[in-house]
Write a protein that binds this ligand. Sequence first.
Ligand SMILES: *Cc1c(COP(=O)(O)O)cnc(C)c1O
Length: 440
Amino acid sequence: MADTRAPTFAFPNKKRSTSTDDDDRAVAKKSTFSWTVDPATALANARHEFGEHGGVNMSIEASATFTVMEPETMRRMFAGELGPDRDFFIYSRHFNPTVLNLGRQMAALEGTEAAYCTASGMSAISSVLLQLCSSGGHVVASRSLYGGTHSLFMHFLPRACNITTTFVDIKDSEMVKNAMVQGKTKVLYVESMSNPTLAVANIPELSSLARDKGVTLVVDNTFAPMVLSPARLGADVVIHSISKFISGGADIIAGAVCGPAKLVNSMMDMHQGALMLLGPTMNPKVAFELSERIPHLGLRMKEHCKRALVFATRLKKLGMKVVYPGLEDHPDHELLKSIANEDYGYGGLMCIDMETEERANRLMNQLQNYAQFGFMAVSLGYYETLMSCSGSSTSSEMSEEEKALAGISPGLVRMSIGYIGTLEHKWAQLEKAITRLKNN
Ligand SMILES: *Cc1c(COP(=O)(O)O)cnc(C)c1O
């Protein structure tokens, strides 16, 4: 991994205040990063960026390129002597001030030293993997992963870069330990709450297994922002698909890499950086939109989680086969309780196992077209409930055998529970569809 010359780039804490480039501004201090337990508190304590004219919101820096006052400054910027930590910007595929501000919010949310945002969750994942692994590198990954990530590791990385992956059951610590080869394995990759089975990763344990072997633990926290804080539990790098809960609008594709400043800066290195050179850049206008949504992420998560718990509990009482880590009968209930942040609940997704795809489709049809409970669509984190049959949609890249190993039944209906309407109104719709299904 390339080292950068200025390790504080991704964590700027100094504003430009004069009109010339060459004064004696203090060099940004090494980050005084400290973890506040609750992510909402950390977000509230993060630097608030005001607009250019004193606006309560930051301005959008829509420029692709940036000018300097003196010619010498350009040389110093390219030499790495002047950077975003002192408000010197070169070009927006490198650092952009508005995207950097969103990154600052993401770092606060996840309790990492730094973060930078990307054009999609997949580009965040692929860039991190390419930054941490060289050709011939080895990854150990959970068997139960988002379909796109699974295909990236299974098919694309071995073909394009000779990076190979051993898939393991992350509940089996012996298997995880044995799969990691000291010196060869670079990354242990898991999802904090797995798609779609909602198994919870024992991050403290995985972190110590990885550390013993000198392996970097990368955790995709897309399913559980606010609920889980993987970095606090020992993860080295946290990835997000911002397209889901963090956006909340089902209108934007975006991602983030949260981790040590050293890693984030290395990804921006002019000669060796995966983000700088592959270029999955976030548009600053999109970064601005997203930055307006993060302050109410906590409120939204609480309502997603609250409704998921109520619906899961009531469905179970009706005799349905429900998978939800908030239920005591879920195998990871106690684990989740012991590692989750307080007061957010147990996640906004739940699954109903209808056993066959035919029954799963009948249920979704009733829910959407008869009861108006939600929409048949992939993705998650929207204010409306979204539902999909995982085996034939988001996990369809996996073979039957891989699906069976990952615990994905052909009739598993994944639901991302929305918060629109009142809880009782939505429950009445859900119950109506179930009743009709039973009577048909
Ligand atoms: C959606 C998703 C991704 C991919 O993110 P995009 O923003 O769609 O590129 C990765 N991981 C998980 C868990 C996801 O749900």
